[in-house]
Design a protein around this ligand. Structure first.
Ligand SMILES: Nc1ncnc2c1ncn2[C@@H]1O[C@H](COP(=O)(O)OP(=O)(O)O)[C@@H](O)[C@H]1O
Ligand SMILES: [Mg+2]
Length: 269
């Protein structure tokens, strides 16, 4: 486990590669360095660092209001940090124009907190929405049905294609939202609190789906959560966001065995 005493721990991996267990090098798909973001006197991020490696499941855990959503919004260019460096798939976010940013976003699946579906659209129409928005990526698609069905089959909901969101349970809505995230076959998926507001059994189903998607497509996943169970099941590596910095990093086993009071606080039931 690494404690972030000097703040910029990512410099250790400055080249963006990391040796995995079998000795092969892993490529960084996201790099965040020293990101600072305040809202007036509210200093939310105070030099946050993070690297997401290709194909891994990284969990960033932080308590409510600690800046997890702010961090993820900075990452996709929905919010600009006050300072710091953010790179996604080799491109520095702050230097991109609208079009390039849009192209990059088509490679990133984003499951928003709450995962709102459009209530006035059927499941099919909800899934077609990102396809229309990112036409360039898919090229000309005459019949969207096979793509919509593939995405829905991945979440076990092919039979809901013609239903309206109001006809679905909370867990089903979340799964449809996940299918919508998958439809563009993103290389990176960002999950913001994927299990929040769900009962434990449904939460478990969502976590299982996230794992099966990662295995099937080799997606790199960043999972933002305050759910310890979710972190335990899905994470290969974890970063704890405390006081606006990457306070501690390690595996679930390493962090949950820590005697540091700020780390222990996460694992106390
Ligand atoms: N657009 C905004 N304007 C002002 N303050 C904001 C804005 N977005 C978030 N904040 C503040 O930043 C802090 C972190 O919020 P957030 O990232 O949503 O927390 P969480 O870790 O629960 O996702 C909170 O204090 C929140 O009030
Ligand atoms: Mg949040």
């Amino acid at each position: 486990m690494n404690y972030n005493m000097e703040k910029d721990t990512t410099n250790i991996q400055a080249k963006g590669f990391k040796k995995s267990k079998n000795g092969t090098e892993r490529k960084a798909v996201i790099r965040i360095k020293n990101v600072i973001k305040s809202f007036g006197d509210n200093h939310v991020l105070n030099g946050f660092n993070m690297v997401l490696y290709e194909g891994e499941n990284l969990v960033v855990m932080g308590k409510s209001g600690s800046g997890k959503s702010v961090m993820i919004k900075c990452l996709v260019g929905l919010m600009a940090p006050d300072s710091g460096y953010i790179e996604v798939m080799g491109k520095e976010i702050s230097t991109l124009n609208r079009q390039t940013l849009d192209e990059l976003r088509s490679e990133i699946g984003f499951l928003f907190q709450g995962s709102a579906l459009y209530d006035s659209m059927t499941v099919r129409e909800n899934l077609e929405f990102p396809m229309r928005r990112h036409k360039e990526k898919l090229g000309f698609v005459q019949d969207t049905t096979p793509l919509v069905m593939e995405a829905l089959e991945n979440v076990g909901l092919a039979h809901t294609i013609d239903l309206m969101p109001e006809e679905l349970s909370g867990g089903m809505k979340r799964r449809v939202a996940l299918a919508r995230t998958l439809i563009l076959k993103p290389k990176i998926i960002l999950y913001d609190e994927p299990t929040s507001g769900l009962d434990p059994i449904t939460a478990k189903e969502i976590i299982e789906l996230m794992r099966s998607i990662q295995r099937k497509y080799g997606t790199s996943s960043l999972i933002i959560t305050h759910d310890v169970d979710c972190a335990r099941v899905i994470s290969e590596r974890m970063i704890l966001l405390v006081d606006g910095i990457n306070y501690a990093e390690g595996t679930y086993a390493e962090l949950s065995a820590s005697r540091d009071p700020k780390v222990e606080a996460f694992f106390k039931k």
